[in-house]
Design a binder for this molecule. Structure first.
Ligand code: SF4
Length: 390
């Protein structure tokens, strides 16, 4: 695997420095008073809501819900998780293809001003890594890069997707924003879904945290999941990085974003993730840290208002917490994760990666923990069974 030192002085073009407007379809502000000041009656009504909406979520995210209704929320969330997902936990593996990046995201270990060795997998290395992951039995893989760079551009990504699609039934990407036509080409190459997190839905905070580079464009990023679905990808994963801003603001905006996509692309699947800031190169401290209990409340609230939506929790969280929420509210998890480039076919650990993971259990240990809770890890989903039969 070749190693190269990135020239972090080339930070990409400066984007517009004006604060973008938050569109009405995602703006959470009308529901913030409920999120901050709901009464016990509001929470009780939310727990009985037949058609959950923004008011329901706001009440369930409130301080009074945290203080007095967590057990009730947990019972309801678990019942809904079992009703819609059974006792299954869908599993996937992330594979970092490249850590070259020209962006200045203040919270990220791959930001251009982090002086470190950068790497990009060669085509041969990609094949080796994919084969190593396939041998573990997985059928879903998530390919990751930083910003679009000469070392990992669209052609490179398309070739990696095509290679992955030869081995895996589900190939999703968490990379740089693209045009609708580029997403169309990726869909033709076998890409099935995209994850693209807004990080923060507050345009002013967004501008402050994304110091330079193409990612500084709030509006472009907000429109990206829609372009991906318009280009033919079947699923879009959304999320906000917890810790960057008021979590109630962020979670209500995330909910509104998901519902907007469901209304616009009714045939597509929308999934949600709840990453929290982790230690990273640069040691940046989040202004609005979210504790485990607050994260639990968020997961329970989303399961209640979005009973059939996949909720994803990564190895950012510690083993005990992941085991506790698996099957309670969460139905999808990453496993065996590396946040450095490569690392499955050979020992490629190099620094702390994009962030420090918290659950570093081997795959067998994680599967044993799920089985011990009566949960069934799912490597192969019903869609792949259908594709095999067709
Ligand atoms: S979060 Fe993504 S775009 Fe931002 S610096 Fe890290 S790798 Fe680059």
């Amino acid at each position: 695997m070749p190693e190269t030192t990135v020239n972090s002085g080339d930070k990409g073009a400066q984007a517009d420095d004006r604060v973008a407007s938050i569109p009405d379809w995602v703006d959470p502000r009308p529901w913030l008073p409920m999120a901050h000041h709901a009464t016990a009656d509001d929470v009780e009504r939310a727990l009985c809501a037949v058609s959950p909406d923004e008011n329901t979520l706001a009440a369930l995210l409130s301080p009074v819900a945290a203080a007095s209704f967590m057990e009730h929320m947990a019972r309801k969330a678990q019942m809904l998780t079992r009703e819609h997902f059974g006792r299954t936990i869908g599993l996937y593996v992330p594979l970092y293809l490249s850590d070259y990046c020209c962006n200045g995201c203040v919270y990220c270990g791959f930001a251009a001003d982090r002086h470190q060795q950068r790497r990009c997998l060669t085509p041969g290395e990609i094949r080796s890594e994919l084969a190593a992951i396939e041998r573990e039995g997985f059928e879903e893989i998530l390919l990751l890069t930083g910003e679009r760079m000469p070392q990992a551009d669209f052609a490179y990504l398309r070739a990696a997707v095509a290679e992955a699609a030869r081995r895996f039934h589900l190939v999703t990407i968490e990379v740089f924003p693209m045009t609708t036509d580029e997403y169309r080409q990726l869909a033709a190459a076998g890409c099935t879904g995209v994850s693209i997190y807004q990080e923060t839905y507050d345009p002013a905070r967004y501008l402050e945290l994304h110091r330079w580079g193409p990612k500084r464009d709030y509006t472009n990023r907000l429109a990206t999941p829609g372009r991906a679905l318009a280009g033919g990808l079947r699923t879009a994963g959304l999320g906000a990085l917890l810790g960057l801003n008021d979590p109630q603001f962020e979670m209500l905006a995330l909910y509104r974003h998901a519902r907007h996509l469901q209304r616009t692309y009714w045939q597509a699947g929308v999934a949600l993730a709840f990453p929290r800031i982790r230690p990273q190169a640069g040691n940046w401290q989040p202004p609005n840290p979210v504790g485990e209990r607050a994260l639990l409340q968020i997961l329970l609230a989303f399961r209640i208002v979005c009973p059939d939506m996949p909720l994803n929790l990564s190895t950012r969280e510690r083993p005990g917490f992941r085991d506790g929420v698996a099957g309670l509210a969460v139905n999808k998890m990453s496993i065996g994760s590396r946040t450095t480039v490569g690392g499955y076919a050979q020992d490629a650990e190099n620094g702390i990666g994009q962030f420090v993971i918290s659950d570093d259990r081997e795959i067998d240990a994680f599967l044993a923990a799920l089985s011990g809770k009566g949960l069934q890890p799912v490597f192969k989903n019903s869609e792949s069974v259908y594709r095999n039969a067709s």
